[in-house]
Design a protein around this ligand. Sequence first.
Ligand SMILES: Cc1cc2nc3c(=O)[nH]c(=O)nc-3n(C[C@H](O)[C@H](O)[C@H](O)COP(=O)(O)O)c2cc1C
Length: 553
Amino acid sequence: MRILVINGSPKGSRSNSYKLAKAFLEGMKSGLGEAGHRDETLVDEIDVNRMDISPCLGCFSCWNKTPGKCCIQDEMQTVIEKLLWADVTIWCFPLYYFSVPGKLKTLIDRQLPMVLPFMSEREDQIGNGSHPSRYDMSGKRTVVISTCGFYTAEGNYDGVCSLFDHMCGKDQYTAIFCGQGELFRVPELSARTNEYLEFVRQAGAEYVNRGIREATQAQLKRLLYPREVFESMADASWGIDKESGKKETEALIFTRQMAALYRREAYSGKDQVLEMYYTDFDECYQIVLGREGSQVYPDCSKAATTRIETPFTVWRSIAAGEMRGDEALMKKLYKVKGDFNLMLNWDNYFGSARQEAADKSKQKEQSGEIHIPPKGTNMNMMLLPWIVFWVAVSINGYVGSLLSIGACVLAPLLFYQCKKTLYDTLTGVLVTCFSIAVLCGAAERIVVPLAYLAFGIMWTATCFGKIPLTAHYSMNHYNGESALQNPLFIKTNWILTLMWGILYFITPIWTYFIMGTEISGLTGAINSLLPIFMGIFTAWFQKWYPAKVARGE
Ligand SMILES: Cc1cc2nc3c(=O)[nH]c(=O)nc-3n(C[C@H](O)[C@H](O)[C@H](O)COP(=O)(O)O)c2cc1C
């Protein structure tokens, strides 16, 4: 397949529209590769603004004096040759005044030698009158890709559609029109724009096979950001105060754009004041996150809920995805003072693509559409067999062991919707082995302390690996598996896992003694007291420790 890309943006390879065209082309190539055509794919590109193409003189000499040849000696003849060579032509350009940019229009006008002078009737009823093609263009296909500056492409491409309807015939070309085009050059928003580009890539692959699927087309029509978010970001990007017309500093522009990303859905019922202090610029701004939206205050007169002290460069790198926020925090590149919850729920407040996807699946669930919930882990699946064993076996060895084996079978059934961890499986094996030992006549006074010891070893051993045991379970509350990449989350869980591990390492000591007394039946109950306090401590520590690190202490 021979593919010609005509880039009509004055920005050349820096063009937003060209980014989409490139993604589409990549998709086409991979689609052709899957279908076994890779060797035959040839691509040529035209950067319209670098070409010497003069405006049409309107002399019609290409029709009468030198049929098929223009009298102007410039590079348009090469363009025509390429257009005749290509099986698929991708026209990509920005929307300029609801039409194509001037130089591209010049190129389009100069296609006159490609048609014959005679009048003919159009079969598709587009407009009144046309000229037949000088060449056999049957089988050639056209793709039109364009970005525009307004929040939506809807209603802004009537002129462009009319032009291509006349050029190619109605429904005879494939179009991708995307609003909010300038966002494609903002690295801070690459999570969303890359997601869109991925759908463009997919569209390219589908295009060369069975055609772009409806689901993909729907994704391509989705706004990059909601209108109000985009418009406040766009307004802020100019760095000019709307009221006074004064120029704003880089840090203020950045803060306003960050504020524009605030998701009202995340409102916690109480206004929050996020204070940004840029240490290298000595500039301080507050963003009030309210029910109706966010508001930036260039003075810091309100009481801050959360204050971030950071060099501007660091925060910008984090926002652009060049640096992980959690890693930078661990390295003490910035500090967070006050309420740390806002940081823990950052994605929720400042709209990431992931959060939007989560919201969407929630909406689907509410509207009764089939929804497969993402599987999370559940620590209770692991704890249940152990607790049954410790409590029941210390009361009655025989019955307790049978109950424990039952718990091992029951736990995976009870928690069938949850994701099983290695420790859930290991629990099943260990508790069953200890129960069988008791059933075979081993003394409970030995087996029960050994079970505590095994439990303690299981926890402590994970502290020598990459992911401490508690992290496998608490990640559910911190954006799932992505939390496992967060060094602060891992460190917090490492400390907690070690503390629990030590507790169960020493529990066998007093367990052995208690089980030698008359109150041995209460061993399980007594041994549950300390974990209750540890549980309360854990809940507190999980919040306190990251906040302490964030304060830079
Ligand atoms: C001269 C000019 C005219 C424009 N006219 C429109 C327009 O009519 N409608 C619109 O939505 N955006 C308009 N825009 C914005 C561009 O379409 C938008 O910035 C686009 O993403 C640029 O794409 P590019 O990077 O591929 O050149 C205009 C921009 C310029 C410079």
